[in-house]
Design a protein around this ligand. Structure first.
Ligand code: NAD
Length: 390
């Protein structure tokens, strides 16, 4: 079954492509590479063992999108394509509204015109704005968005809810918390263009020596260590949740519906905890400083993943339901990092007993950067000998 993945060369999209192939689907990517590299496709090819079809295209292009939906005989769509930097969205609101809402409107229009009804939408916990309490359930009241980016997700959800009410559209909004990590092969991962706006790629690029120092935005928040609290979820769990959500939509007999899901671990960790965990796991101190608060950041948000236990009983299957509940993500950032290196457990050195490094060298490789650091720093894929490496 062919599934269109818009933004499929990006961080979450590329990992979802892997999970789709593993589940027996045939993903077809549309991406304009505005925030990703074509090299992601060769990483995907190595992981899944075949080419993944990719159309290099802005998904605001209505005629081209219709043509692809028709020619590729698409059965469902996972819509990742969007701009996602909170800070940038406050500086470039028009670009964010145009891209994030324009692409959604174009896509839904094209899907309805081609009679395609199954749509999974990348939403975000930013829709909760600054919640009164955490954890948040899907029923937690939506507050005014703290950023233009957050508002594009709120309005995107409203568009889907309203269209699904009157048109044959089966849509699910997945509200991601904070995806981190990479496929265990490290052939794909989080590789934004330019300076990363997300925490973990900035951490890894700093560790790799590409960035001088990490800035933590504010340590005077009302949290245990003063830094913001987030719910860090492993990217492969998030990817698999998309497959479960897609199967759920495909199996639903109604011709239209709309629903929302939180995709988090149910555990909050502070930004500083994540940084300290990285240092502990990698065994290297990370240069960081405390900067002023960043506009658009909420203080604390993590997911309540308990309330929907009976949601999909019998539909996507036990494993999928578990993935939608996210228990597999582990209960702490530390365990997420351990998971990252699982296939390489045997290669850890005696000094690292019980703690595996975040990154690892390719088998047989000597010196230079490990795959994780190379990943964080594309120009370094020649494995330079003189570079710091965890
Ligand atoms: N990463 C996070 O922390 C996070 C959290 C919550 C929600 N989300 C949402 O998940 C989705 C994917 O996020 P990501 O982290 O993978 O981002 P990403 O930037 O890595 O991936 C997005 C991909 O979409 C592409 N793209 C953007 N606009 C496009 C357009 N008009 N036409 C075609 N391709 C386009 C980019 O080139 C990129 O490859 C986004 O909608 C984002 O808002 C991300």
């Amino acid at each position: 079954m062919n599934i269109l993945v818009t933004g499929g060369a990006g961080f979450i999209g590329s990992h979802t492509v892997v999970s789709l192939v593993e589940a027996g689907f045939n993903p077809v990517i549309v991406d304009d590479f505005s925030n990703s590299e074509p090299s992601v496709l060769s990483g995907l090819k190595k992981i899944v063992g075949r080419e993944v079809s990719c159309h290099v295209l802005d998904c605001n292009n209505y005629p081209a999108m219709r043509q692809i939906l028709r020619d590729e005989k698409i059965a469902g769509v996972i819509h990742f394509a969007a701009f996602k930097a909170v800070g940038e969205s406050m500086q470039e609101p028009l670009a964010y509204y145009r891209n994030n809402l324009g692409s959604l409107l174009t896509l839904v229009d094209a899907m309805l015109a081609e009679g395609i009804s199954n749509l999974i939408f990348s939403s975000s916990c930013t829709v909760y704005g600054e919640p009164d309490t955490s954890p948040v359930t899907e029923q937690t009241p939506i507050k005014p968005a703290a950023s233009v980016y957050g508002n594009t997700k709120q309005v995107g959800e409203e568009i889907l809810r309203d269209v699904s009410a009157v048109k044959p559209l089966k849509s699910l909004s997945l509200r991601y918390f904070n995806p981190i990590g990479a496929h265990p092969s490290a052939l794909i991962g989080e590789l934004p263009r330019g300076v990363p706006s997300n925490l973990v790629p900035f951490v890894t690029q700093t560790a790799a020596g590409l960035r001088e120092s990490l800035t933590i935005f504010g340590n005077d928040y009302p949290t245990p260590d003063g830094t913001c609290i987030r719910d860090f979820i492993h990217i492969m769990d998030l990817a698999e949740a998309h497959v479960a959500a897609l199967q759920y939509a495909l199996n639903k007999s109604e011709s239209s519906f709309y629903d929302t899901f939180n995709l988090g671990t149910g555990q909050g960790n502070t930004v500083l905890e994540l940084v300290k965990t990285f240092e502990k796991v990698s065994g290297k101190p990370l240069p960081y400083s405390i900067g002023p608060r960043r506009e658009g950041d909420v203080v604390a948000v993590w997911a309540d993943v308990k309330n929907r236990a009976n949601y999909s009983a019998g539909k996507p299957g036990v494993r999928s339901r578990k993935r939608l509940r996210m228990p597999g993500a582990g209960s702490s950032v530390y365990r997420l990092y351990l998971r990252h290196d699982e296939p390489h457990r045997k290669s850890r050195s005696p000094g690292q007993r019980g703690v595996r490094p975040l990154h690892y060298r390719r088998r047989g490789e000597r010196g230079g950067l490990c795959t994780g650091c190379c990943f964080a720093w594309p120009e370094s894929r020649t494995y330079r000998e003189d570079r710091f490496c965890c």
